[in-house]
Design a protein around this ligand. Structure first.
Ligand code: FMN
Length: 385
């Protein structure tokens, strides 16, 4: 039997602080630190705890060349080698190892930069609630936060004395002003309102639609959109969760940027769509009420085709998402509506609902928009004027 190491692997020495009553009674600090070795490999579903005996084994097995299992030094514990094969940290060539081997091969084929692959894979959420996150929810308001954490860093900085500043003329008005000043993140959507078909169509086409396309090389087609994209590759696909869009049955769709059409992924009844929306945005009910939500999911291989194993590639993809989001916001503002973006999302739940593989499809954010409710029960930052 032959084996090699999985393509992407980082090992983190993780500290666990434990309360130790015995130590407290001896008059020392009450906490004891224990270190475990945690393997982070993005082709696996979760972290894997290693034993210290695994480390010399992993120091012996490279990720590129296959080696005979029997060529490993005899002093290595066979049970540990078997456990590493079982968990998928080591990849074997037998049929029993096929599932991990295939996922590892997909990771290799995608050309992820290892740090980016790990950063993305291990920042995904499954079934999390951002509305009751103990990180920020223990504070009722900003005043309480400041009391507990101190004031944040200042709202901006000064790099020269006031006398050294070069005053600029007042910004003149321009065609974008109306939308720019009307843009805000809405957290109070009218649950009775339906998004008109024409509004949804304009929002989707002008944000995600191809305004032109051009063959740059054989089979290499670039889409021109209203937002810029790293390498002109536009890897981000838009998936629509239609809750109340006029003329569109409730459900999940893929927006086709060339056909300017919604492709059905899954039909849903109103209650399931609402539950899914809430799950997508990790319990942020102030967003889940929007009549239309849009998931941004990058087909990373489209970008990594050009930027293979590139240290900036994943960052460029995330920046692409930000540009699309602002375009979406401005179009919503033009249509007299608030919009939202959130990265506090349950990527794993979204992948499952849309049948996406996180090695190839990076779910990055959820957007949405809709008519504002008359009452405002969740805080918003309206009006720039
Ligand atoms: C990348 C990104 C992530 C955000 N995530 C959330 C979020 O999870 N929940 C939320 O209520 N607002 C979220 N927002 C909205 C911001 O809170 C909002 O932009 C900010 O309060 C300023 O308000 P404005 O957009 O109305 O100017 C996010 C904004 C950005 C750009």
């Amino acid at each position: 039997m032959k084996l090699r190491r999985c393509a992407v692997l980082m090992i983190e020495p993780r500290e666990h602080l434990e309360f130790d009553l015995g130590v407290l009674f001896q008059g020392d600090a009450a906490f004891a630190a224990r270190i475990t070795w945690v393997a982070l490999a993005p082709h696996l579903d979760g972290e894997v705890e290693l034993s210290v005996e695994d480390l010399p084994i992993l120091a012996h097995v490279g990720e590129t060349l296959w080696m005979e299992r029997d060529a490993l030094p005899a002093e290595f514990d066979s049970a540990r080698i078997a456990a590493l094969l079982d968990t998928g940290i080591l990849i074997g060539d037998l049929p029993a190892h096929a599932a991990h081997r295939l996922r590892d091969e997909r990771t290799r084929a995608a050309h992820w930069r290892p740090l980016s692959a790990i950063g993305h894979a291990f920042s995904r959420w499954h079934g999390q609630r951002a509305d009751i996150d103990p990180g920020t929810d223990r504070f009722k308001n900003v005043r309480e936060m400041v009391e507990a954490l101190g004031a944040p860093p200042p709202e901006t900085i000064s790099r020269a004395s006031a006398a050294a500043r070069i005053a600029l003329p007042t910004a003149h008005s321009g065609a974008l002003d109306l939308a720019l000043f009307a843009r805000y993140t809405g957290r109070n959507y009218d649950r009775a309102a339906t998004l008109p078909t024409a509004t949804a169509a304009r929002l989707l086409q002008r944000t995600f639609g191809a305004q032109a396309h051009r063959e740059l090389g054989p089979g290499a087609i670039a889409l021109k959109k209203t937002s810029p994209s790293g390498g002109s590759l536009h890897p981000i696909e838009a998936y629509v969760l239609a809750q109340r869009v006029e003329g569109v049955a409730t459900g999940l769709y893929h927006y086709h940027p060339l056909a300017h059409a919604l492709e059905p992924v899954q039909a849903l009844d109103a209650a399931s769509a609402s539950a899914l929306a809430l799950r997508f945005v990790a319990g942020q009910h102030w967003f889940a009420d929007a009549p239309m939500l849009v998931v941004l999911a990058a087909r990373v291989r489209r970008n990594f085709w050009k930027y293979r194993n590139h240290p900036k590639a994943y960052r460029a993809i995330v920046l692409d998402a930000g540009h699309l989001s602002q375009t979406f916001y401005l179009l919503a503002a033009e249509a007299n509506m608030p919009a939202f973006i959130t990265a506090a999302i349950n990527e794993v739940d979204i992948e499952q609902a849309l049948d996406l593989d996180p090695i190839n499809d990076a779910v990055l954010a959820v957007l949405g928009c809709g008519e504002a409710a008359n009452e405002s029960s969740t805080v918003e930052f309206r009006s720039a004027t």
